[in-house]
Design a protein around this ligand. Structure first.
Ligand SMILES: [Ca+2]
Ligand SMILES: [Ca+2]
Ligand SMILES: [Ca+2]
Ligand SMILES: [Ca+2]
Length: 542
């Protein structure tokens, strides 16, 4: 069972066609709890066809047939600037409101100029044609971008019904307003969201996310910043006389930014008064959920070799980092880990959002179960995740029910960090993608080798975005690969389990319905999800 934010009508059609009890599907929308929508659906997930819940999850990489021509370029230099390892992202979102998810990729730039000096460095938007193919509409859309781009966040910040894009980058951040006619306008300066911090210049932004932190129906913007780093002053690092990318330990961290949406197309930097900027980390990923069910959305930031942040939303415009007390700052060995992409979602369907993030070999990929009362338990070891992940490094990640069996699974996009990893530390640079199936009862199984041929192909994977690209009720994945074409992983799982897609439309709330809690009751139990586009690494999902 999946819950994403669109094509509700299509979901209803599927319900009536299937064995879901459509007359028992009251979709309730109200704003009684703060400014949040509460949706409830009810139906049955009956296996009328006798499909077993554990039929394999299978993906097929259809990038060749898709007509998507894109190569993510990082401009590897002899000096090995740290930015080269860190791009890029992907967004799946419906820019033209035709019910088909489109795909946007960020891209690097020339080094050291940081210019997109030719079209091969452009960020790219591909329109979904609905037949498995896509058309490059970048230039008409006006989304080529400037600078060395990294992350992307999709959200309708002005509630006009058209999803807008924020692109986070090393030297430039850009807000693109969707004009609704297939074009976008760069409104960064007027909106006041350049990512420049007075007195500090432009910190290196890795990603961003849209969140209505003050429940006023206007999406606010959280920008994740990484190292205090400049190409002009960066020193070079060596391992055994080989020029190598520096460890993040060589550089100080930078504060993150929170922009409050004023509702008139402009934003106010509230990083200081919200206390967000007092927590200085080395941010890699951000995900949002109301983990303590107080009606205010909270923020998790995975930090690189630095304690993670869990920014509790105090409901008065301020945040407090409670990661240490909550038990999500360090892994279960009390170590900081190289936090990468993250997701904040209820993986055991107890109504409490849990936290997962990818990391580096030797770390394990931590899974923190929300116990309630503000406490999380590190269940990485007891769920089997520790043994399955300790030898690997991954970037993009997401918690989704890829098998439509009611239990959310975990995807992670594998790759070592350094392209000279084999020379430097005798570990392969390209790695396969990983799929960990949720067996229920918080036990996971590595099913990567059964997930289709693409899961046995190692590559320099980076960002990953999730959504149903062909509206068949199964969640697909788009994965970026450094200096190569991306992967379009279409979900070909052969189960006939039931599903529903929700399109959330906020009326008093933000139009995208971000932050909405969704609860679905079926014959086999209750499922929970929370609407967000901030998922994984550098990326934005439906
Ligand atoms: Ca579309
Ligand atoms: Ca808009
Ligand atoms: Ca707001
Ligand atoms: Ca909360």
């Amino acid at each position: 069972m999946i819950t994403t934010r669109r094509a509700f009508v299509r979901g209803l059609a599927a319900l009536s066609a299937g064995t879901l009890n459509s007359q028992a599907l009251p979709i309730l929308c109200n704003s009684s709890q703060g400014a949040k929508n509460q949706l409830q659906g009810a139906g049955q997930r009956v296996s009328a066809t006798g499909q077993s819940a554990d039929s394999p999850i299978i993906f097929e990489n259809t990038i060749e047939a898709s007509k998507i021509h894109f190569v993510l370029k990082n401009s590897v230099s002899p000096q090995r600037y740290s930015i080269e390892t860190m791009t890029g992202g992907v967004a799946v979102f419906d820019y033209n409101n035709n019910g088909l998810l489109d795909i946007f990729f960020t891209n690097g730039a020339e080094i050291p100029s940081l210019q997109k000096s030719d079209p091969s460095f452009y960020n790219r938007l591909f329109r979904n044609n609905g037949d498995g193919t896509f058309t490059d509409v970048t230039e008409k859309a006006g989304l080529a971008g400037v600078g060395y781009s990294m992350g992307v966040a999709a959200g309708d910040y002005d509630n006009d019904g058209f999803v807008d894009l924020y692109v986070a980058g090393f030297d430039r951040n850009q807000l693109f307003h969707n004009n609704g006619d297939g074009t976008f306008t760069d409104v960064t300066e007027n909106a006041g969201v350049s990512g420049i911090v007075s007195g500090q210049g432009k910190p290196w932004s890795v990603t961003a996310g849209w969140i209505d932190y003050n429940n006023d129906g206007l999406l606010d913007l959280f920008v994740v910043n990484y190292l205090d780093y400049s190409v002009s002053t960066a020193h070079s690092c060596q391992t055994d006389n080989i020029i190598d990318y520096c460890s993040p330990d060589e550089y100080r961290g930078t504060p993150n930014i929170l922009y409050q949406n004023n509702g008139d197309g402009t934003f106010t930097d509230v990083s200081r008064q919200s206390h967000v900027s007092q927590y200085v980390g080395k941010g890699m990923g951000v995900a949002f959920a109301d983990y303590d069910d107080d009606g205010f959305t909270d923020i998790f930031v995975s930090n690189d070799t630095f304690p993670n942040f869990l920014l509790h939303n105090n409901g008065d415009g301020t945040f407090t980092d409670v990661a240490l007390l909550a038990g999500v700052a360090y892994n279960e060995n009390g170590k900081t880990v190289a936090g990468m992409g993250t997701d904040f979602r209820d993986i055991d369907n107890d109504g409490r959002p849990d936290i997962f993030h990818a990391a580096m070999y030797g770390d394990t990929f931590p899974l923190y179960r929300n116990l309630g009362k503000g406490q999380f338990e590190d269940v990485t070891d007891k769920t089997g995740m520790a043994a399955m992940t300790t030898r690997f490094t991954a970037w993009g990640t997401g918690i989704f029910d890829f098998g439509n069996d009611g239990d959310k699974d975990i995807f992670a996009a594998g790759s070592a960090i350094l392209d000279n990893s084999m020379e430097v530390n005798h570990r392969p640079y390209p790695l396969p993608n990983f799929l960990y199936r949720n067996l229920g009862n918080m036990a996971f199984k590595d099913v990567s080798t059964q997930a289709g041929a693409s899961f046995s192909v190692p590559a320099a994977h980076r960002g990953a975005a999730f959504g149903d690209l062909n509206n068949d009720g199964k969640i697909d994945i788009v994965v970026t690969v450094l200096n190569a074409e991306p992967q379009l992983l279409m979900n070909r799982s052969r189960n006939h389990n039931h599903w529903i897609i929700l399109k959330l439309v906020g009326v008093a709330d933000n139009r995208d319905g971000l932050g909405t809690k969704v609860k679905i009751t079926t014959a086999n139990g209750v499922q929970y999800n929370e609407a967000t586009t901030a998922v994984g690494y550098n990326s934005s999902s439906d």
